[in-house]
Write a protein that binds this ligand. Structure first.
Ligand code: ADP
Ligand code: XUL
Length: 540
């Protein structure tokens, strides 16, 4: 009987389940639950609860559980092979936190199959909604924690990142300060990843080193909770946090609830979940230093493998644990897909029409420069959204379409410079990686070949591969990560998009120009208009 492995990805806009047959190097099926359309009772837009304050971005964690049950229902009805699944792991949008009372663990262990899990757990939440990675409402808490830890450099040395508004520690501190009574009633604080792992395994689950690093609470060297960071965040916090574990840890078997309701085998093992970016690193086959990927999902991220926690003290960068046991570096943009969608919707375009404009317009966009902060931005830090346009206006359809794509990759090129290793190839993943014309511009700006895949969901694939590896390591023989999953990933490669060398010099100059505009707007440096005119005279 073929052995199957399930990877789940609880991301910002959807929950995906991908089943693989590792020995046959095959993706067997993929199912997606789209929160907005499949679970309308939660009233989300792009997966989030709309708040009139754009810095506050929350989600209802019960929605993720309903999505899981709906996904299993569909997989069972459509394919009926859930019994053959040997191991499951998963991926969660990073940084988001779920707050639970003392009844949570008992309720999970004693679920009634006739009632939905979300109904049984709703009284276990001490915070009705969960702040997610898009929330940027914790600047005071970031400052307080950073100060207590001895400033920016000290904070980076301890936790691998400066304090960031979306990171779990500042979010927990804000909850403690605003609702000390409910904070005191909280007995467990989970990440999205460990919360979903606990639902699956029917008991409180640990946090892995990949996702734990995105909290400003884990010591990046020892990979344990850091006492100083915990004390700087909130009282009695350590007792509320699940233990930290290596990403390959088998945390138990599947909860009897899913065996009874969806016919999983009771022997199905559950592997610790991780964050979506660490899972994607596995899913696109990054295995050694110098391998890089861009993920163009709701967020845009740029990340790569590191052997040691090489720290950056200048930029808005992060060091996370990688699921292989070493490290990964990452930068994250909030103005990713939803910013591209804003332009697409403004001009009432389909993605096909959007792409056709990218093909029609020239590299350099006639010197039109956009700083696309439709939402508060992480890299560079911009808390008050505003879109800046130089040399064009918001009615200019062609200028805006090309402007946003060039802006996004110029910024990524500039702000990834601190990673001394330049990319040799870049693996592309996430919803917008389906768009060849966007990837061509990325290849030209980075002057690096970009690999395009058939399946854009590398987080779910990475989770499925992690599940398979822990199963084989435990039951068959140890296979190093160096080779693991690479043959399957190879079958998914669709195309290598090569950079156009003719655009090299233009984009080198445009990157310098773009940086000047960032400094002009954000650091009040000189207006670079004369450089823009020179750029136009040189290339157009
Ligand atoms: P997440 O995992 O963060 O929930 P996805 O990786 O599923 O998000 O990406 C979803 C996004 O992909 C959508 O918001 C949409 O803007 C984008 N997308 C889908 N198809 C295309 C396309 N052809 N061109 C550009 N963007 C696309
Ligand atoms: C990474 C980050 C986002 C989320 C959502 O630091 O905040 O990429 O993981 O995908």
């Amino acid at each position: 009987m073929s052995k199957l492995f399930l990877g789940l990805d609880c991301s910002t806009q959807s929950l995906t389940g991908m089943v693989i047959n590792y020995e046959a190097n095959e993706i067997v099926c993929e199912e997606v639950i789209d929160y907005d359309n499949d679970l309308p009772k939660y009233g989300t837009k792009n997966g989030i609860i709309i708040n009139e304050n754009p810095t506050i971005v929350h989600c209802n964690p019960l929605m993720w559980i309903d999505a899981l049950e709906l996904l299993f229902e569909r997989l069972k009805n459509k394919y009926g092979f859930l019994k053959k699944i040997k191991a499951i792991s998963g991926s969660g949008q990073q940084h988001g936190t779920v707050y639970l009372n003392a009844d949570y663990d008992y309720t999970l262990r004693n679920l009634d199959t006739n009632i939905s899990i979300s109904d049984q757990l709703k009284n276990c939440l001490t915070r009705e909604s969960s702040p997610i990675w898009m929330d940027s409402s914790t600047s005071p808490q970031c400052e307080q924690i950073r100060k207590t830890l001895g400033g920016r450099d000290k904070t980076i040395k301890i936790t691998g990142s400066n304090t960031f508004e979306r990171f779990s520690g500042p979010q927990i501190r804000k909850f403690y300060q605003q609702n000390p009574r409910l904070y005191n009633k909280t007995s467990k604080i989970h990440l999205v990843s460990s919360f979903m792992a606990s639902i699956l395994s029917g008991k409180n689950a640990p946090i892995d080193h990949g996702d734990g690093a995105g909290m400003n609470l884990m010591n990046i060297n020892s990979k344990d909770w850091d006492e100083r960071a915990i004390r700087a965040t909130a009282p009695d916090l350590e007792s509320k946090l699940p233990p930290l574990v290596r990403s390959n840890t088998i945390i138990g078997t599947i909860s009897p609830h899913f065996v009874e309701k969806y016919s999983f085998s009771p022997e199905t093992i559950i592997i610790a979940w991780s964050g979506d970016n660490p899972n994607s690193l596995i899913g696109v086959g990054l295995r050694k230093t110098g391998d890089f990927a861009i993920s163009l999902g709701t967020s845009d991220t740029y990340f790569g493998v590191l052997q040691e926690p090489y720290l950056d003290f200048q930029e808005q960068a992060h060091i996370f644990g990688s699921p292989m046991g070493n490290y990964m570096c990452l930068i994250c943009y909030k103005n990713g897909s939803l910013a591209r969608e804003k332009i697409r919707e403004t001009f009432d375009l389909t993605w096909k029409e959007f792409s056709s404009i990218l093909r029609q317009t020239p590299a350099g966009n006639y010197g039109k420069i956009m700083l696309p902060y439709f939402f508060p931005e992480i890299v560079p830090l911009v808390l008050k959204p505003n879109v800046y346009r130089f040399g064009f206006d918001k009615e200019d359809r062609l200028g805006n379409v090309r402007g946003i794509i060039e802006a996004q990759f110029l910024s990524m090129r500039i702000h990834s410079k601190w990673i001394k290793e330049p990319p040799k190839t870049i693996h592309a993943t996430g919803g917008a990686a389906a768009n060849r014309d966007i990837l061509q511009i990325a290849a030209d700006i980075f002057q690096t070949p970009i690999i395009k895949y058939k399946y854009p969901n590398s987080a779910a694939l990475g989770a499925a591969l992690r599940a398979a590896k822990s199963y084989y390591d435990e039951n068959v023989r140890f296979i190093p990560w160096k080779n693991f999953g690479i043959e399957l990933i190879e079958t998914q490669k669709m195309e290598i998009i090569r950079p156009n060398p003719k655009n090299k010099e233009l984009y080198d100059n445009m990157a310098t120009l773009y940086k000047k505009y960032e400094n002009y707007v954000l650091k009040k440096e000189n207006n670079p208009e004369s450089f823009r005119k020179l750029f136009i005279n040189t290339y157009f």
